[in-house]
Design a protein around this ligand. Sequence first.
Ligand code: FAD
Ligand code: DHB
Length: 394
Amino acid sequence: MRTTVGIIGGGPAGLLLGRLLDNAGIDNVVLERRDRAYVEQRQRAGILEQQTADTLRAAGAGARMDREGLVHHGIELRFDRGAHRVDFPSLTGGRGVVVYAQTEVVKDLIALRLADGGPLCFDAEVRAVEGVTSDRPVIHYRHEAEDRTLTCDYVVGCDGFHGVAREAVPASVRTTYERDYPYSWLGILAQAAPVYDELIYAHSARGFALASVRSPTVSRLYLQVPNGTDPAAWPDERVWDELDARFALDDDPTWKLERGPVTAKAVLPMRSHVTEPMRHGRLFLAGDAAHIVPPTGAKGLNLAAADVTVLARALIHQRDTGSADLLDAYSDTCLRRVWRAEHFSYLMTTTLHTDPAHSPFDTRLQLAQLARLATSPHAAADLADNYTGLPLPR
Ligand code: FAD
Ligand code: DHB
C-alpha cells in the first residue's frame, strides 16, 4: 500500500490528524493496533481546552460535543477543609473548558472517518518504521495474520507512550527528560449524579482527590493512592468513604457525594516525559508518543490535539507552497507548548498531592500556594490561563 501520510495509532492524536488531512484533501492511512470497541471504550481524559474544542468544531467533528458536552467556567479548589472557586472567564477574557470524554471524541472521529474519510485499519499492529531519513519511509505492520508494508511520504507516530515510532529516532539524536511521582490515581466511573457544578480539586492530609463528571448522571472520581496499589484492595464503599473524607468541608459538614454503581475502576501511574526532538527526517512524533504529563490539570489530550493541529497546518503548507519551513519548525513549535504544559501539570500535581517524603514544612508551603491561588487574582489568572489552554501559534 502507498499513501502520503502514514499515521501510526488511532487514538485522539492519530484520528484528529487523519480528519484534518482528510478535510484538506491529503491522502492518509491510519493504522491502529487494537480493535474499534477497545479504542472507543478506553477510559481516559475528560476536559477539552477551548482551543481543542474549537479545533474539533472547525474540523466538522464538534456537533455532538456541542450538544452533549458541558461547558465549565471554573473549578473549585478545596484545602484546609474549605472551598475556593477559580472563575475562568473573568480571569482569561472569556475562556472556559468543555467537559466531554476522550471516549466520545474518539467515537465521533471514528464515525466520521468511516463515513467519509481515508482508510482506518483496526487490528493493524505496526512492528517497525524504516527509512525515515530517505524520501520514501516504510511502515511494517501486521494485519489479518499477514506482514504488510505502507510506503509513505511522511510517517507520523501517534502511537502513545508504549508505541514503536519513538524507537525509530536513533538514540544518538534523541534526548529524554523524565520524572516519576511517588503516587498514582485510583479512578472510578459511577452511575451517580454529580452533586457539584464544577470540577473539585482537593488537597487533604489524607491525599489528593478529584471530582469530575461525564454527564448529568455519570461521575468520574479520582483518589491519590500509593504506587502499586491493587484496585481490588479498594471495594466500592471504601472508595466512596475515602472520597467523602477528602472532600470534607468544615462549614458544610453534611456535604457528601451522591453514590451509585461503580462501572469502572483502575489505577493510573503518573509520569512526566518529554522526547526531543519531535521530528527526525520524515518521521514526526505527536501526542503521548512524544510527551506525557501527570493527569492533574488535564493537559494530555489537549497537547496531543495541539501537536496534530500544528502538524496538519505544516503538511498543508508544504503541499500548497512547496515550502518545508513549517515542517522544519514543527518540533520547536510544539515543544514550547509542551514544556509550558509540563510545568503546569507538574505544579498542579506537586501542589495538590501528599508526598510521602514531605515534611510538615513542605505541606505548609503547599497550603500557602493554594491560599495564594484562592486570594490573589494574579495567581488565579495564571492557573486559569494555563487550565483553559494557551492559544496555538498563528
Ligand atoms: P493514545 O491515546 O495512547 O493513542 C495511541 C494509539 O496508538 C492507541 O490507540 C494504541 O492502541 C495505538 N498504538 C500503540 N502502539 C501501536 C502500534 N505499534 N501499532 C499501531 N497502533 C499502535 N489525560 C488527561 O488529561 N486526564 C486524564 O484523566 C487522563 N487519564 C489517562 C489515563 C490513562 C490510563 C492514560 C494512559 C492516559 C490518560 N490521560 C489523561 C492522557 C490522555 O488520555 C492522553 O494524553 C491521550 O490519550 C493522548 O492521545 P494519543 O493519541 O497521543 O495517544
Ligand atoms: C479529568 C481528568 C483530569 O486529569 C483532570 O485534571 C480533570 C478531569 C477527567 O477525567 O474528567
